[in-house]
Design a protein around this ligand. Structure first.
Ligand code: AMP
Ligand code: MG
Length: 418
């Protein structure tokens, strides 16, 4: 066994074992303070309690007239309008018996008043108002602290901040909040055959599409991609780029992890002192995945075929990054559907079949999106999800229920995951 090889029990592992190894290895990132307005979708790292009462004062829930309920016991009742209170103005006088104040929604209830009659239930002219029906004590009054009081728990560590949280934080005057850091993730595309998309000619080289698919996928999880470009299949060049990549929290490479003559990733990681955690997963696409730790940083050596890259990102990198950011739900939601076509495979590997979901006569069907080769990106473009065909299954009859991992949904907050 070469030094760079993982322990034998960590080669040819199942998808679940690979996941356990990876999620058991990555560490949570530290917290950072960000402005509340930039905190949407982030994971809260502190307990937030209100230091204020909201609303701060008893105020009107309606446009109408503030009054003493007692004055309307014998309705209709005519009151003298002594004041006009738009929202934001506070009365300086106390309301005496027989008096009312014109009041707008959100304006503080003047001292002496204990109810508000809605405008629609009055007749109003000059400085007189006739209240048609008697008003209950406290009617249309929103009490101080009826939303939150000083000390009320707003959210606990682990909460994923929604627009409602952001609004609440603003309401209590919190301009900053502690959340988990977004990991900076280095991307290295390896392969002598690769060029950037704007350098494509007809010399037979291909665009490094993985570089762009990965940047997009990283942004989708809230990580920060740091693209280090294309690296030739030469150990010295790879070594240099991996060293540069260590300025980031996580490193992802694509290509060069198989058993080809120029597949150097494992060798280079070994030379750099990385500890190989796993190599090869019993899955398709994506089998030759490498996972190593290099100077405390997780390194994912993803296979180069474009679909293998994306499928292994989904199964392993995305959950790992979400775990590092302390999300509780790190897996995509899974729903059942009826596979629309027969599917045959040899035993021994979990297959992730690209499928499109469609409702027909009240049933949800999963239609394979075409050629399932790991080099065919178009069938991934068309996929809504990945149907999971377990290792030992060799035949799935059309119409059989399968579990489909939904690619377009994250549901980080509420949905139980796979
Ligand atoms: P490898 O794992 O390096 O043998 O690559 C497997 C296949 O994926 C080859 O056909 C490569 O040309 C292709 N490939 C590798 N890297 C990329 C990339 N960054 N973008 C698109 N295709 C790639
Ligand atoms: Mg290659």
């Amino acid at each position: 066994m070469r030094e760079s090889e993982p322990r034998p029990e960590r080669t040819q592992v199942s998808v679940a074992e690979a996941r356990d190894i990876i999620l058991g290895t990555v560490r949570q990132l530290v917290a950072e303070t960000v402005s509340t307005s930039a905190a949407q979708g982030r994971v809260l790292c502190e307990e937030v309690r209100s230091e204020r009462w909201i609303p701060p004062l008893d105020n009107s829930g309606m446009d109408g007239f503030a009054l003493r309920a007692e004055d309307t016991r014998e309705a209709p009742a005519e009151l003298r309008v002594v004041e006009d209170l738009p929202a934001g103005r506070r009365s300086e006088r106390k309301l005496a018996p027989g008096e009312a104040a014109r009041i707008m929604t959100g304006a503080a209830i003047p001292e002496g008043a204990d109810a508000v009659v809605m405008q629609e239930n009055t007749e109003y002219s000059g400085n007189r108002v006739v209240v048609r029906a008697s008003v209950e004590f406290g009617e249309n009054v929103r009490r101080a602290g009826s939303d939150v009081r000083q000390g009320t728990l707003i959210a606990s560590p682990g909460a994923v901040l929604t627009p409602a949280h952001i609004g609440m934080l603003a309401a209590i005057g919190r301009t900053t909040v502690q959340v988990t850091t977004r990991p900076r993730v280095a991307i290295l595309a390896t392969g002598d055959e690769l060029v950037e998309p704007d350098r494509l000619t007809d010399d037979g080289r291909i665009a490094s599409s993985n570089s762009y698919a990965l940047q997009a996928a990283l942004r989708g999880v809230g990580a920060e991609p740091v693209y280090l470009g294309i690296v030739p299949d030469e150990p010295a060049a790879l070594s240099e780029q991996f060293r540069r990549a260590l300025a980031c929290d996580v490193v992802i490479s694509t290509g060069g992890v198989s058993v080809g003559d120029r597949d150097w990733i494992k060798l280079v990681l070994g030379q750099l002192g990385g500890s190989m955690q796993l190599w090869r997963v019993r899955m398709r696409p994506g089998a030759p995945l490498v996972f190593a730790m290099l100077q405390d940083r997780p390194v994912f050596g993803l296979p180069g075929n474009p679909v293998s890259t994306l499928v292994t990102f989904e199964q392993f990198v995305r959950p790992a990054l979400l775990r590092m950011m302390r999300y509780e739900r790190v897996f995509r939601p899974v729903e059942s559907a009826l596979l629309a076509e027969d599917y045959n495979k040899p035993p021994g590997r979990t297959h992730f079949v690209r499928v499109m979901l469609q409702e027909r006569e009240g049933q949800r069907y999963a239609f394979p999106t075409g050629n399932q080769s790991s080099a065919i990106l178009l069938s991934m473009v068309r996929a809504d999800g990945l149907a999971i065909v377990p290792e030992e299954t060799t035949h799935v009859e059309a119409g059989t229920e399968v579990q489909v991992q939904l690619l377009a949904r994250d549901d980080l907050r509420t949905e139980p995951g796979f």
